[in-house]
Design a protein around this ligand. Structure first.
Ligand code: 6R9
Length: 696
């Protein structure tokens, strides 16, 4: 079997704008890749015949049109949705991605008037899907489930939308949503969209501090939550977390008048819930009284749909802003093609709506297609590791979309026809296991590469269209022009590896960072002028199988994503900025300084490894180690807790004071013989001290 792709560190300095990227994760194009080269996994003829895109020729035909005539291509696609008024035909999109030519600006279908909730629900009910199940809900505990048809979902959404309007939520107002995977979560997103309010869902694993930070940043009209949730055997009192966050936000002058609380009686009875009269309102006491019909607020394609905070390489989370029209068209189209969606499918995406995958591929993408979709509240390993397969069997799931780190064991499931993977690179051996064991060597894998910022899939297989290569996300989606650049920002063609950028805009692209357009430009558009910089490394394999050599140009080779090249760590598909973890550690009174790196982890992809320097005279102890970890859990959330705290009398720094993370990464992963050049360190002895403390 082929080895997983290996990463190498090399210092790379970028020429402009953002300054330095500390290292480049480049794939060694050597043995590993060579052995994959001819390892093509073909879809069966039967599969291809029924697929939306049945051949490489068909893909190329569509792709080439999408690049040569983006306006025409996306206009045709967008026309399948309902628009109250259409955009001007000669002005489908406008863009400037080049900071040298002025402010970065992206618009799609501007002047077009629509509503995404209408397109998800009313449009489907009107076309006869009223009695089709839109959402199945599978609870944490085995006996709990529920479902809503498209008509029922529309009624529920309309009731909440009427309530929101009644309490004064208007178009453009922000609403913070801190809910677990209950049906009320997609209901809330859709209700906001219906009235033109901007939802900002905060993953219900974030701490009170993180929630407060987001409330302070977007100043919502109200907060929507539930009293508690069960995660595996544990009850988590979410309302208490919200209470603590609201105390914090009010201290900075952002006070919230209304907190709408869903009583999740399966986890906690309302009598046990802490309550603030006047501010807190039980969902069940008010929402069912509202009419089940609610006029939609028609919005411009470029009106904001949602804000989603994500981690970057500096401390403060970034409020990624998506608008309505382009996002709608893009999520629906990527869903349809990357999963070869058909009305007979039953679709399950295991992501939480607190992350972008849950926005685009639990809520919007599937519902825009009239799909039947499962919302799963629980954990994949509760009550045991067979839970996922029980769910696949129970609902006869045909499309199963998950992260490679999900614990999936046992054996293949008959109903499956397509598997999806997201969140981190899937290595060739994991790919094969997923393909052979879970998919019975029968189901194509859509390894979808994309980001919170991109709104939808960017590089992804189209099942049935072409042979796959284990571990490769294959080719760009329609309208997407990935380019690989070197550290000077020069495009490299053919077989190569470097920084992954995107040329031109696509409808699902984010339009700004909320309240900070300058940071938007600095982070994404200044590192390589003229391009959107993804933060990922990528290598491209130009040599294609003979079968397709004549069809794909050399520069259209298979793409292999090699991981982040900035200070972002990817733990089980969750993005965490090293700076965020460092600032949580440093907030501990006994911590003088901290440096955090990611290390490879068999199950989680990457694990968080923290080097901590204590304040003078403070002795090392297990107790202190635990209280440092607790500080991170409290400030960010349990998912960001470091796996390892490494005591550091000092940190390796350059003479100008920059921490050399490259060296820390080597120490963390035990590659001590291979530390590279340490001569530029201000104090080279630090390295030996750190190595000596490796096992403490
Ligand atoms: C959708 C999502 C984005 C980062 C991205 C990259 C990594 C996501 C991947 C993948 C390799 C894939 N990533 N999908 N890497 N192959 N199929 O995860 O969004 O949370 O914003 O993370 O995740 O490093 O830059 P987000």
């Amino acid at each position: 079997a082929a080895q997983p792709l290996r990463h190498v560190d090399s210092m790379a300095t970028m020429p402009s704008g953002a300054g330095k990227i500390p290292y480049l994760n480049a794939v060694i194009l050597g043995e590993a890749l060579a052995s994959e080269e001819n390892d093509l996994v073909y879809p069966s003829d039967d599969f291809s015949r029924q697929a939306h895109v049945p051949s490489p020729q068909k893909y190329l035909e569509l792709y080439e049109r999408s690049i040569k005539d983006p306006g025409g291509f996306w206009s045709d696609v967008a026309s399948q949705f309902y628009w109250k008024h259409k955009w001007a035909p000669d002005h489908v999109y406008s863009e400037n991605l080049d900071v040298r030519k002025g402010p970065v600006q992206i618009e799609w279908f501007k002047g077009g008037i629509t509503n995404i909730c209408y397109n998800c629900l009313d449009r489907n009910v009107e076309s006869g899907l009223g009695d089709t199940v839109a959402l199945y809900w599978e609870g944490n505990d085995l006996a709990n489930d529920a479902s809503l048809t498209y008509s029922q979902l529309l009624h529920r959404v309309s009731q909440l939308a009427n309530y929101l309007k009644d309490i004064g939520v208007r178009k453009g107002d922000a609403v913070i949503v801190y809910l677990p995977m209950l049906l009320e979560l997609p209901i809330t997103m859709l209700a906001c969209a219906r009235i033109g309010a901007v939802h900002s869902v905060v993953f219900a694993g974030f701490s009170a501090e993180s929630l407060a930070q987001r409330i302070i940043d977007c100043k919502p009209k109200l907060v929507i939550t539930c009293n508690a949730v069960k995660r595996g055997p544990k009850v988590i009192p979410l309302k208490d977390i919200v209470d603590a966050a609201l105390v914090q936000s009010s201290q900075t002058g952002v006070s919230i008048d209304t907190c709408l609380v869903y009583e999740n009686a399966l986890a906690m009875k309302r009598e046990k819930t802490n309550w603030q009269d006047g501010r807190d309102i039980w969902w069940q006491d008010v929402i069912p009284k509202y009419p089940t019909k609610c006029e939609v607020e028609w919005v411009d394609a470029e009106d904001p749909l949602f804000l989603l905070y994500t981690s970057g390489s500096t401390g403060k989370p970034k409020g990624v802003l998506h608008t309505t029209g382009g996002y709608m068209v893009y999520t629906a189209t990527t869903f349809k093609y990357a999963f070869d969606y058909k009305p007979s499918d039953i679709y399950w995406c295991t992501a939480d709506c607190g992350w972008i995958t849950g926005h685009s591929y639990v809520t919007y993408g599937p519902l825009l297609n009239g799909a039947t979709c499962i919302v799963f509240e629980g954990a994949p390993n509760y009550p045991d590791s067979g839970r996922c397969w029980d769910i696949v069997d129970k609902y006869k799931v045909t499309i199963f979309y998950t992260a490679p780190t999900l614990y999936v064991t046992r054996y293949s499931r008959k109903s499956l026809r397509i598997l999806g993977s997201v969140g981190e690179p899937i290595n060739p051996s994991a790919w094969r296991w997923f393909y052979n064991v879970v998919g019975d060597s029968r189901c194509p894998i859509s390894d979808t590469w994309w980001q919170t910022e991109t709104g939808g899939f960017m590089i992804t297989p189209l099942p049935g269209a072409w042979p796959q290569k284990p571990g490769s996300a294959t080719f760009p989606f329609f309208g997407v022009q990935p380019v690989i650049v070197d550290e000077k920002g020069v495009e490299i063609e053919g077989e190569c590896s470097g920084y992954l950028c995107v040329k031109g805009s696509w409808p699902g692209a984010f339009r700004t960072l909320y309240g900070d357009h300058e940071r938007y430009e600095t982070t994404y558009f200044k590192p390589f002028a003229g391009y959107y910089f993804t933060g990922d490394g990528c290598s491209r394999q130009a040599k294609l199988a003979n079968l397709h050599k004549s069809m794909f140009r050399d520069k259209d080779g298979y793409h292999w994503l090699t991981g982040r090249v900035d200070d972002v760590i990817n733990v089980s598909g969750h993005r965490i900025g090293t700076a965020e973890v460092e600032s949580a550690l440093v907030s501990h009174p006994k911590c003088a300084e901290a440096a955090v790196v990611g290390v490879e982890h068999e199950v989680k992809g990457q694990a968080i490894y923290a080097f901590v320097t204590l304040v003078e005279g403070e002795p090392y102890s297990e107790e202190l180690r635990n209280s440092l970890i607790l500080a991170v859990r409290k400030q960010i959330g349990a998912f960001a807790a470091p796996d390892r705290i490494h005591w550091a009398p000092g940190l390796p720094k350059t003479r100008s004071g920059k921490i050399m993370r490259r060296i820390l990464r080597k120490i963390a992963s035990g590659q001590l013989g291979d530390l590279g050049d340490t001569s530029t360190l201000a104090d080279p002895n630090v390295v030996q001290q750190l190595i000596a403390l490796s096992n403490c």
